[in-house]
Every structure is written in C-alpha cells, then in structure tokens.
Ligand binder design. Sequence first.
Ligand code: FES
Length: 162
Amino acid sequence: MANENKAREELYKELDVIIEQWKDEPGGLLPIMQNAQEIIGCVDEEVQNYISDKTGIPVSTIYGVATFYSLFTLEPNGKYTIGICLGTACYVRGSQLVYDELSKQLGVEGGRTTGDGLFTLTATRCIGCCGLAPAMTVNGDVYGRVKPEDVKGIIEKYRNIG
Ligand code: FES
C-alpha cells in the first residue's frame, strides 16, 4: 500500500531506482508497474506518463497493461478504503446485500473512489473474521454482523471525521 504521508515526488524517487533496474530488461515493464502500484498505490495517468517518460515505452502500451491486469488500480484510493468480505461465510450471511447498499450509498461501483476522494469501495476475500460474518473493514477497523441498514451510519461516522 502506498505511503500516503509521503509526497509523490519522494515516491517517484523510490520508483526511479526500480525503473533503472528494469528499464532495459525484456519484460521489465510489468515489474516496474507492480512496484509503482506498491509504492504509489495506483497506476493513474500521471504515473503512466512518468513511466513512459523514463522508459520510452508508449503510454498506450502502459495503459494497456494497466487495464489488462486486475491488480492495477487506475486512480488513487480514497482516504478510507471500505472492504466488504464476499468470502463464503460472509456471502451466505448476506454480505452481497451489504455491498450493494454500500455501492448505492456511496454512488460507486467496486474498485472505484467517491468523487470527494473519501471512500474507495472494494470487495475482499475472507479476512479471517468469519465468526463476525458478514464482516467489513474501513481501513483498519473491523465491523462484524453488518446489516444493510447499518451501512449509512458507518459511512456517516467517517464522513464526520472527514
Ligand atoms: S468469509 Fe468473510 S471473514 Fe471469512
């Protein structure tokens, strides 16, 4: 996950080391992009352009890789990442309904971030809290036995913190 406390310039310096290591290797683009995802937290347009400038690889190629592999995210995560578990134990206890309600309340599909940059909605696999099914997380906070009607209050809590 990206270090949100560091400015992008600092993160690019870390990425430069990786780019130097891989830019002349065949197939080096993928490890460069994986590291960019790891260091910066996403491979958005700015990151794609940066990699292109440094490697000479066309942005269209980089964009193609970024959209092909699901491990890449194309926009920065919001301040709060909401993970709703769609693992088996949670699913059979209705986590899909919780997910749908989250999507409705936030106005975004899974993997997307709200326009105000506050929330990113994600579906996760089992997070090891099956006894609390259905489980969801907001950054490090775990919520158990979540019902669709709980969603609004949970979101409001984080909106109020800002
Ligand atoms: S299946 Fe959801 S926490 Fe295990």
